[in-house]
Design a protein around this ligand. Structure first.
Ligand SMILES: C[S@@+](CC[C@H](N)C(=O)[O-])C[C@H]1O[C@@H](n2cnc3c(N)ncnc32)[C@H](O)[C@@H]1O
Length: 248
């Protein structure tokens, strides 16, 4: 775990939290990506205990509440995000537990307890992928499901320079890099697709499904097109990787 990076990122997320209020939560998996309505990876969550890793403003947990999950748990690095999630989720009628903590640590989350752990566009912030996935494995019951979405590792490696797509950095190179899309200093981590998959396998998961599809309907384009997510790029490389796995 890199405490200097976590401190920088915590400050940045506290600063930008408002801009990300309710951005792409479940049933969405990410910009121009298929949604839970299309994929049905989580199935019927009624009476299931769920944990959200990097829960942000709490809107994905709100979706879980609307679908009658029995307990709602969330963890997020940012104090601002957790404060917002508490407000968004204040009217839920089931047990709610929110932790302000890095996902690299267990702040008191029970083990062998959850039916579903999920993470929407948060996992790639981890400074220790193996520790984070090892934590997720411990939280889940045997047979429990882990679904996460994150920016596809190829997407950030390709830049659109005056309409030409250029590989800006080797796909093979992993580790921290400066997140350029913000004005606030933040450090993201690059992992190859194989690293995500092998880390899951090494921590006792069976990979059930890997999704790299892009949804470029007029509606998707209207909602998601911006400086970073463009049709030109999305037609060439996936924006999002979604992996469903289960604990053996
Ligand atoms: C794009 S937002 C996630 C949105 C949220 N999952 C949703 O469904 O609405 C990414 C979140 O990851 C959190 N985050 C970043 N680094 C983290 C870390 N190391 N541990 C826990 N949370 C982290 C940020 O504070 C931010 O709230």
């Amino acid at each position: 775990m890199n405490t200097t990076t976590l401190k920088t990122n915590k400050k940045s997320w506290d600063d930008v939290a408002e801009r990300f209020f309710g951005r792409n939560p479940l049933p969405e998996y990410g910009p121009m990506a298929p949604s839970e309505n299309d994929l049905n990876l989580l199935g019927d969550v009624k009476n299931l205990k769920v944990l959200d890793i990097g829960c942000g403003s709490g809107h994905s947990l709100q979706y879980m509440n609307q679908r009658n999950a029995s307990e709602l748990w969330g963890i997020d690095l940012s104090e601002k995000q957790i404060d917002t999630a508490k407000i968004v989720l204040e009217n839920t009628n089931v047990p709610l537990h929110l932790f302000e903590s890095p996902m690299e640590e267990n702040p008191g989350i029970p083990e062998n307890y959850f039916d579903i752990v999920y993470s929407i566009y948060a996992l790639g912030w981890t400074t220790d992928l193996n520790k984070t996935i090892s934590n997720v494995s411990k939280y889940l019951k045997k047979g429990g499901v882990f679904v996460f979405s994150w920016e596809h590792p190829l997407y950030s490696r390709i830049s659109n320079i005056d309409g030409t797509l250029v590989v800006n950095k080797s796909y093979h190179e992993e580790g921290p890099y400066d997140h350029e899309a913000w004005n606030h200093p933040a450090i993201m981590q690059q992992f190859k697709l194989s690293t995500y998959m092998n880390t899951l396998i090494e921590n006792g998961f069976k990979i059930e499904k890997v999704i790299e599809d892009v949804c470029c309907s007029d509606e998707d384009l209207k909602r998601h097109s911006n400086r970073w997510y463009s049709l030109e790029k999305a037609e060439a490389v996936p924006t999002t990787i979604i992996i469903k796995s289960s604990k053996l």
